[in-house]
Design a protein around this ligand. Structure first.
Ligand SMILES: NC(=O)c1ccc[n+]([C@@H]2O[C@H](COP(=O)([O-])OP(=O)(O)OC[C@H]3O[C@@H](n4cnc5c(N)ncnc54)[C@H](O)[C@@H]3O)[C@@H](O)[C@H]2O)c1
Ligand SMILES: [Zn+2]
Length: 259
């Protein structure tokens, strides 16, 4: 039984899955990020030689316990990181969750247990629904990477918490969706505003070239194009191929290195 955040769950799930070719395991998730994301979906793994999640497996726990009371002692930064993933779930799959976040951002920032309970409940339903359709990430599950392609590039350039990086990544993906005439300007602005209301960043002080170079090295890159999760509307994600060129203008808008 693993009691802790995403790191504890990832390592324990991996160890339990290997020991004697696999023993039963369960999680008591103690961070918002782990409750809404890391403990759902059966991915277990560890980093190796500087590469994230290089060694791992797919194996589901027997149980996961998520108690919002546990989250009262979390540092604000850890709470915000989890909220980034909750916003992502609303954006890609559930407009009513997104609207709930819009209305309750201030209470969420005060760790209101009723608000956090809905965040956790809806996130688990959304993520497990997607994972059940595509456990091995061949199609539908890729939608959970919304905001993560550019977000991971940012994390490679500057050490900022994951939830902060994907917040900026989500702004990039929303702007790209607008530039492809998929998403309305008004909905892209709502996304930016909800992130701001949760005190999540929508810009970062790094050089756009550095983020773009990191992206070019990304393993998901396929020739000159990359698979990117875009939006048709809030609540409906699509996966399309985009070129690095298309990203450039938007990268310069979100990467605001002084001078
Ligand atoms: N397996 C997956 O599908 C998946 C998905 C998303 C993220 N992850 C992984 O999860 C990890 C991030 O998870 P995380 O944000 O939970 O990080 P974490 O496990 O490092 O926890 C964050 C911090 O919170 C502390 N903490 C834990 N519970 C607390 C509590 N109740 N009160 C106060 N402090 C507490 C921890 O000691 C730690 O300092 C990353 O390694 C990421 O790769 C895995
Ligand atoms: Zn994430």
């Amino acid at each position: 039984m693993a009691i802790g955040g995403g790191i504890v769950c990832d390592i324990s799930g991996f160890a339990a899955s290997c020991f004697m070719r696999g023993i039963d395991f369960g999680f008591i998730s103690t961070t918002l990020l782990s409750q809404v994301d890391a403990s759902v979906g059966g991915k277990n793994g560890i980093n190796f030689k500087g590469y994230k999640n290089m060694i791992g497996n797919f194996n589901l726990p027997q149980f996961v316990i998520c108690d919002p009371e546990m989250l009262k002692s979390l540092k604000k930064e850890d709470l915000l990181c989890g909220m980034g993933e909750v916003v992502k779930h609303g954006i890609i799959a559930d407009k009513s969750l997104f609207e709930f976040i819009e209305k309750n951002a201030a209470l969420a920032l005060q760790s209101d247990p009723k608000v956090l309970e809905r965040f956790v409940y809806d996130s688990v339903v959304i993520k497990s629904g997607i994972v059940n359709k595509d456990a091995r990430e061949k199609g539908e599950r890729r939608k959970l990477n919304f905001g993560h392609t550019f977000g991971h590039a940012i994390e490679k350039v500057k050490q900022i918490p994951h939830g902060m990086a994907i917040s900026i990544g989500m702004v990039v993906a929303a702007e790209l969706s607008v530039s492809r005439n998929l998403l309305s300007r008004a909905e892209a602005d709502r996304i930016k505003n909800v992130l701001k209301s949760l005190q999540l960043p929508t810009q970062i002080d790094i050089k756009a070239e550095e983020a773009l170079n990191a992206l070019k090295r990304d393993k998901k890159r396929d020739g000159d194009s990359i698979h990117f999760v875009l939006l048709k509307s809030i609540g409906e994600a699509v996966i399309e191929e985009i070129t690095i060129k298309e990203l450039e203008k938007i990268a310069y808008e979100v990467c605001v290195y002084p001078g």
